[in-house]
Write a new protein. Structure first.
Length: 352
């Protein structure tokens, strides 16, 4: 079993686009260890654990305890990952992460951080984020970096992501502010498309010099063609149950705290019939996606995102639809140029 542990809903940042309410609640050691026991009791030989929040590094002692506790299950192979804003990273924890093979994904918006990523006192913290990013890359050069853009920062997406690349980032993502109140419109989406076209040209330049960097949204779209596979498969509640701070289990973070979507607890385990019912309810595709030529290359099946944006797992927001079309268009432009420029390198990267 793979599980996500929501160690706390508190955070040391106040990002403008965050949907968390910064509740001062924390998972207890007893709850966390029961969650590990539950995952082990599933009967498999591998267990994947994600530490999440809020900001999980506010709970460093609990992370240490979970990893230590897992060692009593000598027959089980544990894998670990976490998502963090990075500000609480230090040499001690990073040495621990390297030793225990904990994958770390850091959220960092590049230059957009000046606008959207504020500390608890309302001050921007770009320089502090950069300092921690450089430290992270010293220990984990392949760490995955996650950026978010808003309509207000869409015009600085290229400079922001180039900033991350210049710092040394090789693998990164870009999400759009998915709150219903975000305010995306035709002009801001058009600007975002222009910015991502420029990013594609930068990645192409790196490609031509043998300096590969990977922008995950483009990679997924290209591989959906070269490997003939969907770029996203949701499997709500089946792939990685979400264990909230209080031990209640939900299909994904967007459903946390909603009673009708609870599917068990660490004390009682996963309610299999409830999990299957939640999964079945997520399988209905948005009607206007059925005849779309881009359906296989889109994330229209992401029930979590659909629910967050539309309140309905079977509906896709106009903003998400527009963003997916932008990604597919710009990814294909970049891929064609790569293929024309260095076919052998393209085949090695995307086909072999």
């Amino acid at each position: 079993m793979n599980i996500s542990l929501i160690l706390t809903k508190q955070c040391n940042l106040r990002c403008r686009y965050c949907f968390e309410m910064h509740e001062n609640v924390y998972m207890t050691e007893a709850t966390a260890l029961k969650a590990l026991d539950m995952a082990v009791s599933d009967g498999g030989k591998q267990v994947g654990v994600s530490f999440f929040g809020g900001e999980p590094l506010l709970c460093k002692p609990l992370i240490y305890k979970c990893v230590e506790y897992s060692k009593r299950f000598s027959e089980i192979q544990f894998s670990w990952n976490m998502t963090t804003n990075g500000l609480l990273l230090d040499d001690e924890f990073l040495r621990f992460a390297v030793n225990e093979k904990i994958e770390i994904a850091m959220s960092h918006d590049g230059l957009m951080s000046r606008v959207n990523r504020l500390d608890a006192g309302g001050k921007e913290c770009l320089s502090a984020l950069d300092e921690k990013l450089r430290l992270l890359l010293q220990y984990l050069p392949g760490a995955f970096i996650m950026a978010t853009t808003t309509p207000e920062t869409a015009g600085t997406v290229y400079d922001s992501l180039k900033h991350l690349i210049d710092v040394g980032v090789k693998r990164f993502n870009l999400a759009v502010d998915s709150r219903p109140c975000a305010g995306w419109d035709e002009d801001s989406m058009e600007e975002l498309s222009r910015q991502l076209g420029m990013l594609g040209d930068l990645i192409l330049e790196k490609f031509c010099r043998g300096e590969d960097v990977y922008f995950n949204p483009f990679e997924e779209k290209i591989l959906s063609v070269t490997k003939d596979r969907p770029c996203h498969v949701c499997k709500l509640g089946m792939r990685k149950p979400y264990v909230d701070w209080d031990g209640k289990i939900y299909p994904c973070i967007q459903f946390g705290g909603i009673p009708e979507y609870q599917m068990g607890s660490v004390a009682e385990g996963v309610d299999v019939s409830r999990r299957e019912a939640v999964y079945r309810s997520s399988l209905k595709s948005p009607s206007f996606c059925e005849d779309c030529a881009m359906k296989k290359r889109c994330v229209n099946d992401c029930a979590c995102l659909n629910f967050q944006q539309c309140g309905d797992m079977a509906q896709v927001s106009g903003e998400q639809c527009a963003y997916q079309r932008i990604l597919i268009t710009r990814a294909d432009e970049m891929a064609r140029k790569m293929l024309e420029t260095d076919e052998a390198h393209f085949v090695k990267r995307y086909i072999s």
